[in-house]
Design a protein around this ligand. Sequence first.
Ligand code: SAM
Length: 323
Amino acid sequence: MTQHRTDWTLIAMNLAQLATISPALAELVDAVLVAWPGHEGFLHRRFRGETPERIVALDPVAVAIRAMCGASLASFADGYRRMCGMINDEELHFRRTGGYRLRRFAEVEALIYADPEEMRPYLDGILLSQVLWRNHADAIVLYHTVFLAGSRPGCRHLEIGPGHGLLLALAAADPACGVISGWDVSPTSLARSAQALDCLGLTKPVALVAVDIGNPDARPDAGFDNIVLSEVLEHLERPDLALETIHDLLAPGGRVFLNVPVNSPAPDHIYLFETPEAVVEMTAASGLDVTRVDLLPATGVTLDRARRIKATISTVIIATRPG
Ligand SMILES: C[S@@+](CC[C@H](N)C(=O)[O-])C[C@H]1O[C@@H](n2cnc3c(N)ncnc32)[C@H](O)[C@@H]1O
């Protein structure tokens, strides 16, 4: 029986309640509080106002993450703390200058994607943020319950930039996804994605290929029914060209799931989208039909306030290639 370190009785969703609805989520929260007791205030804000229904929807994601962490949960929690520190440094730069620190893909590739010592803890941290940050949790529930759930049986599914591999693993666990591919520019991400599939005991073959989606000639395959691009467009110098590539990689009638954070400083974010509307317009300009848009503000802020203070808004778009 896990001994919880904190008594969250003052908030709507306390840790004891969380543990009854999602033991996996409570374990992840606990591990982070052990690694980083000073994060408790943030986690209070994160879970304030949560409802049992929303935690039930998040539970399969938490269960998958808990399995991916395995015996190394403490080290993943440490990666989360480190990743939040990296983001905080970039946030200070953003508030001072109004822009992102790095602008060139080649710089980020050399400093982060190609360096396992940087990339591993960063990916571990992003993995835990999928349930610990409100906007990330809302986005992954949409991915799981709306986008994946709407897959046609036997569909050809591609994720570009799977990173930690969680979204790819959820696709591999979905009986509707027949043929699955993951393309990423980082060898560490490809290895982490393979590990994710392995930890979850998913034996369906998944083609993991080194691809830079910023290179218009890099198209190992095409004709996909589903394409997922979650937290990747802002990593590119020319997201407009990548969206045109996505359009061409989709089969007619195929769908894309885009998750693009605006005003979201991070060490590897180089393209600044300042409004959700800018992302929607760029998507429509690539020839895709935008069928659904969800705007998900960062933990602890309303959408109005996020717009006013330029806080992060995850812009989740589902779009279709016209048939
Ligand atoms: C922030 S992680 C996103 C992980 C996951 N999709 C998610 O939503 O949490 C970004 C991923 O995109 C990959 N990436 C960045 N630029 C890329 C490019 N030009 N081509 C392919 N993958 C890229 C990175 O290596 C990393 O694995």
